[in-house]
Design a protein. Sequence first.
Length: 73
Amino acid sequence: MEQIEALKAYSKINKHDAAIQRIRLFCSKEQPYLAFSGGKDSLAVKYLTIESLGIGKFDAHFNTSLEPPELKN
């Protein structure tokens, strides 16, 4: 029953605004660092970072070291 209530509460959270708040809390405007793979998740985080920090240009470091070996070849 607690899990159902937790899921109902989570569905009411504005995920976009929550992401913006977390980025502002944990990321510095001076030197944001983004590990970027070029995939849809990386693109979403990149655009959320731009929106939350109000900066148009920062270093996004291409990194696929977390990908399974099958996807690297």
